[in-house]
Design a binder for this molecule. Structure first.
Ligand code: ADP
Length: 449
């Protein structure tokens, strides 16, 4: 079945990203937007645009009936959810499919399985992925928790089964704290996610965050597209990502990548997915799987030459993957900087009107952004306004080009995190690839002193 018109159930740079892949394939696009986004670039570029509600995301980008109506009115035969919003909502995926609209995403049941972290961990373990040692599923009984914690050793981390976005986690240093922290974690999880289920695992002291991009055709064929190192985080939010990871050898990449691809083949996974691991002392520990396209997918595209959105659309059309594992090679190095409309030191949001805009250009420089001169950044959504992705044949060359590109980037009318990225590039630890998930926050604290 060939898709002729895709409704893009998202906004900002990712809506543009999907629009571009669709147009290159000769597919028409329908933008949906809130009243706050009437002038957004994704609305301007799409073939059709439909307003689906007021600014608040819950009334627009999360408004399932409005989005389905928009698809029906515009005769869209497929929906791409992007990332965030409804992208990992099993019910939405089911509703889309029940309306005979192609869902450009994984099978709804797989979204459900991986969305519950306890279920996800159990599934990952059964598929042969290495896990962080911890409770075998949800944990309710304090005595049982104490026993597991003393077996694996403190510190441990209590996590909410329905948690996400870096929230709903508590580090417990000793047995004395366990009971109160466990109760509190349950109460907080119930309030934040409507589900009090928690589980327990070993807290790794100083790991890196390394994730594998996987892709399946839904019929038992699957590949991996290597890893991304996303260790540079602030409050569990990724700030800068790179591929390949500065610490993995070719052997480690191939070994772990093959384990991931085989797991996806075994579950007949469909579409794009990311398997996230913590990595410490040469060992991988599964933490979760994201059943969608990731913000940082372009670094993978840069080093493999594969258009992941095109691949997603093809698979949703029922076509096989356009590549086999043997066709995929990793060439050079790519870094992505997430540029937010925030103060680069205090991280206070700074939405405003773009009074001057000049994106960098030149060889191997990619900017994914909905910004334009005169555009008013609405205060209602995520503060990320642009992604700068730069490629180089070596990591060193990539970083030199990135420095040049950041220096060229002009966004006036609001504060941005460009100065943060420039300062990062000056740091010898970063230059050497010598960092873990704790590094950035410590570096920021040092700088603040
Ligand atoms: P979320 O879905 O909320 O993003 P994750 O399970 O992916 O939750 O964890 C987010 C981040 O929290 C990780 O990137 C890591 O920084 C930290 N983290 C999670 N589990 C552990 C652990 N067992 N030990 C140490 N840090 C952890």
């Amino acid at each position: 079945m060939g898709i002729e018109k895709i409704l893009i159930a998202n906004r900002g740079e990712i809506a543009l990203r999907i629009h571009r892949a669709a147009h290159e394939m000769g597919i028409k696009t329908v933008a949906v937007h809130s009243t706050a986004d009437a002038d957004a670039m994704h609305v301007r570029l799409a073939d059709e645009a439909i307003c689906i509600g007021p600014p608040a995301a819950k009334d627009s980008y999360l408004n399932i009936p409005a989005i389905i109506s928009a698809a029906e009115i515009s005769h869209a035969d497929a929906i791409h959810p992007g990332y965030g919003f409804l992208s990992e909502n099993q019910q939405f995926a089911e509703i889309v499919e029940s309306h005979d609209i192609a869902w450009i995403g994984p099978k709804p049941e797989h979204i459900g399985t991986m969305g519950d972290k306890v279920e996800a961990k159990r599934t990952a373990g059964a598929l042969g992925l290495p896990l962080v040692p911890g409770s075998d599923g949800a944990i309710e009984d304090v005595e049982e928790a104490k026993k597991i914690a003393s077996d694996i050793g403190y510190p441990v981390i209590i996590k909410a089964a329905s948690g996400g976005g870096g929230r709903g986690m508590k580090v417990v240093e000793s047995e004395e704290e366990l009971e109160t922290q466990m109760k509190q974690a349950g109460t907080e999880a119930k309030a934040a996610f409507g589900d009090a289920t928690v589980y327990l695992e070993k807290y790794l002291g100083n790991p890196r965050h390394i994730e594998f991009q996987v892709f399946g055709d839904g019929n038992g064929a699957a590949v991996h597209l290597g890893e991304r190192d996303c260790s540079l985080q602030r409050r569990h939010q990724k700030v800068l990502e790179e591929a390949p990871s500065p610490v993995l050898s070719t052997e480690e990449r191939n070994r772990m990548g093959d384990v991931c691809a085989k797991a996806m083949a075994d579950m007949s996974y469909r579409g794009a997915g990311t398997i996230e691991f913590l990595w410490e002392d040469g060992e991988f520990y599964f933490i979760e799987m994201n059943t969608r396209l990731q913000v940082e997918h372009p670094v993978t595209e840069m080093i493999t030459g594969i258009d992941l959105v095109r691949e997603q659309i093809r698979v949703a059309e029922g076509k096989p993957l356009s590549v086999t594992q043997d066709d995929i090679s990793f060439d050079g190095h790519a870094v992505e900087c997430r540029i937010n409309a925030e103060d680069a030191k205090t991280f206070m949001p700074s939405p405003g009107t773009v009074s001057w805009y000049h994106p960098p250009g030149g060889l191997y420089v990619r900017v994914d952004s909905g910004l334009y001169h005169g555009y008013k950044v609405p205060p209602h959504y995520d503060s990320m306004i642009a992604k700068l992705i730069v490629y180089g044949h070596s990591r060193e060359g990539c970083l030199m080009r990135l420095r040049r590109a950041l220096d060229e980037f002009v966004i006036e009318g609001m504060k941005t995190t460009i100065p943060l990225h420039q300062a990062l590039l000056d740091d010898p630890d970063f230059q050497n690839g010598d960092y873990t998930i704790k590094w950035l926050e410590e570096w920021l604290d040092k700088d603040a002193e």
